[in-house]
Design a binder for this molecule. Structure first.
Ligand code: MN
Length: 213
């Protein structure tokens, strides 16, 4: 019985064109994301087998695979929801996302400063990675993370609320080697309503860390 399942896309393959082509969305969701779901489920099975047989020779690799595939599944699940064909611009109080707009201004000084930092973080990933806006519960602030693969360079306990996939599979068929053009274009499909919902939910459950009694 599979623990993780591939979520349906919240729109059809062409919904984000011309920013992201239907061909990329189809491959990215149906093949790449699906592979992370399978990888996470397979790794859980292999860990179960290791426990049953008490054979631990592969434990390091299995734990690394679990982090890689599970994080891939989680980030892609957020990624699809973070985008809409009706998106773009910036979060505004008039659109009901004033709390997010205020948090961005408090954490980064301005929306322009935040946008520049996340753009740079995503566009300068070395190899495969992500640019991520995350809620950091110890400070109660938002931070930008530059993630390696799906799981590296993350502040423990932070919750991703806006994710930019900077792996080549996310853009190469359309943007070729121009990763910076892809990241610049991504801002036109950001679903600020979804980001604001994630920010509110992350703030709500920030007590989970309980660093002090
Ligand atoms: Mn991807």
């Amino acid at each position: 019985m599979a623990v993780y399942t591939l979520p349906e896309l919240p729109y059809d393959y062409s919904a984000l064109a011309p920013v992201i082509s239907p061909e990329i969305i189809e491959l990215h969701h149906d093949k790449h994301h699906a592979a992370y779901v399978k990888g996470a489920n397979d790794t859980l099975e292999q860990l179960e087998e290791a426990r049953e047989k008490e054979v631990w020779g592969s434990i390091n690799g299995l734990e690394k695979n679990l982090a890689f595939h599970l994080s891939g599944h989680i980030l892609h699940s957020i990624y699809w929801q973070n985008m809409t064909g009706d998106g773009g611009g910036e979060p505004l109080a008039a659109d009901g996302v004033g709390d997010l707009a205020d948090a961005i201004a408090e954490s980064f000084g301005s929306f322009a400063g935040f946008k520049a930092q996340l753009t740079k973080a995503a566009a300068t990933t070395q190899g495969s990675g992500w640019g991520v806006l995350a809620y950091e519960p110890v400070s109660g602030r938002l931070i930008v993370e530059q993630i390696y693969d799906h799981q590296g360079n993350v502040g423990q306990g932070s919750t991703p609320v806006l994710v930019f996939d900077a792996w080549e599979h996310a853009f190469y068929l359309q943007y070729k080697n121009q990763k910076v053009d892809f990241i610049d274009a991504m801002w036109a499909v950001v679903n600020w309503q979804d980001v604001a919902k994630r920010y509110a939910a992350a703030k709500e459950r920030s007590y989970n860390l309980l660093l002090a009694p």
